[in-house]
Design a protein around this ligand. Structure first.
Ligand code: C5P
Length: 201
């Protein structure tokens, strides 16, 4: 059985949490496609050319905790504007989406570019302030020097770069189900996603 769930949305809207929960609930495999761009971004911080990094990316590169920092997130959104970087990563994502047993992919362009024929498309969003607050709580527990202002500025800068780029900008697919998590608990957001998937099965 092939069944593809595409989950897109801006940073810290709850995509990751929802994707993991949905994958566990339905027994689907999960790919966080942001990790691909983070892994390429991290290699550029080490001095590698972005296109070379994307063309030689190994799935093992994705299993690296150092990909979770804001420096790597910013580097990821910079390499993500390069069309050759994006095209080098398409085949891996599409073959993941076609695996038997079902797949959930989360990112920015899954419903629009990578899997335009996905069985279910969700666009998970929340206000910038709300997303920055969540990211602040997550980052400040690891680094006490993190400030709310800096996190909000980073979120806004990344949103702008992701939405305004020419290739595969962040935007909902025409047929995406919108889930605004600003005033939802995690459980409510997961239920909204599961309901949309059940309706399509
Ligand atoms: O989702 P995450 O915050 O890990 O993504 C890091 C960056 O990778 C995003 O800001 C975005 O620029 C890029 N990205 C993308 N397309 C995807 C997933 C992530 O351009 N499908």
């Amino acid at each position: 059985m092939q069944f593809t769930v595409a989950i897109d949305g801006p940073a810290a809207a709850g995509k990751g949490t929802i994707s993991k929960a949905v994958a566990a609930a339905f027994g689907f495999a999960h790919l966080d496609t942001g990790l691909l761009y983070r892994a390429v971004g991290a290699k550029t911080l080490d001095g590698m050319d972005a296109v070379t990094a994307a063309e030689t990316l190994d799935p093992v590169d994705l299993e690296n905790d150092a990909l979770r920092t804001s420096a790597v997130a910013q580097a990821a959104s910079k390499v993500a504007v390069i069309p050759e970087v994006r095209s080098a990563l398409i085949a891996f994502q599409q073959s993941f989406a076609r695996r038997t047993g079902g797949a959930v992919l989360d990112g920015r362009d899954i419903g629009t570019v990578i899997c335009p024929d996905a069985d279910v498309k969700l666009f998970v969003t929340a206000s910038a302030e709300c997303r920055a607050e969540r990211r602040f709580l997550e980052l400040s527990s690891k680094n006490p020097e993190t400030t709310r202002e800096q996190v909000l500025a980073d979120v806004i800068a990344r949103d702008k770069r992701d939405s305004e780029r020419a290739t595969a900008p962040l935007k909902p697919a025409d047929d995406a189900v919108m889930i605004d998590t600003s005033d939802m608990s995690i459980d409510e957001a997961i239920k909204a996603a599961c309901d949309a998937i059940n309706a399509a099965r």
